[in-house]
Design a protein around this ligand. Structure first.
Ligand code: PAN
Ligand code: ZN
Length: 187
């Protein structure tokens, strides 16, 4: 049988922009991130329509064995002294890992396992992050430009946001013009 020829999607490595449509696109605004930032009053007084991040995904098959591919564009900004970040999640199927590739900007990937052990990896153009199973993950933009990262994960992994309703154990803030991590008091 003759092979068919099909054009693959294209991603611009400098910006994370996908060339192919349709894309699935989800925009997360400050209004969607209730309870995520430590400074509740700062969050209330900020523009609720402010976009914090966009996720663009290729519209590919789901189902057991399939992979999802998406780019997160996390905007620079802060609520109080805390940098903009993604909500963060465990996968619903806890054993499922994921790979993130830094494309542009600068920030941190916060990883926290089920025992509460946490580590941070710097994210930059070309960084590769192997997120193991059983590990919650969150992107944090500590820079002044958009932080974009491409991710590939199992389509049946699912997202469990509720398990982290109490939040991550550490927060990433700007103090004296420097990136600092601060332990969360009382959860
Ligand atoms: C990513 C994340 C994306 C947005 O595609 O879903 O960065 O973060 P939240 O889902 O925590 O809002 C991923 O990790 N997928 O599994
Ligand atoms: Zn994930």
């Amino acid at each position: 049988m003759k092979p068919t020829f099909s054009q693959p999607p294209h991603v611009d490595w400098l910006t994370g922009a996908f060339s192919r449509t349709p894309l699935l696109r989800k925009t997360t605004r400050l209004a969607d991130l209730s309870g995520v930032f430590a400074d509740v009053s700062g969050w209330r007084h900020a523009d609720p329509q402010q976009v914090v991040y966009d996720v663009e995904m290729l519209d590919t098959p789901s189902g057991s064995g399939e992979l999802f591919t998406g780019v997160t564009h996390l905007y620079p900004g802060k609520v109080g002294d805390e940098y903009f970040m993604t909500r963060g999640h465990f996968h619903a199927l806890r054993e499922q890992g994921e790979v993130y590739f830094g494309l542009r900007g600068s920030g941190l990937l916060l990883l926290q396992d089920e025992q509460g052990e946490m580590r941070l990896e710097p994210v930059f153009a070309g960084s590769v992050h192997i997120i193991p199973g059983f590990t919650a993950h969150r992107l944090i933009n500590t820079g002044t430009e958009i932080l974009s990262a491409l991710a590939v994960w199992s389509s049946n992994a699912g997202h469990d946001y509720a398990a982290l309703a109490g939040g991550f154990a550490w927060r990433v803030v700007e103090e004296d013009h420097q990136v600092q991590i601060r332990e969360v008091q009382n959860g």
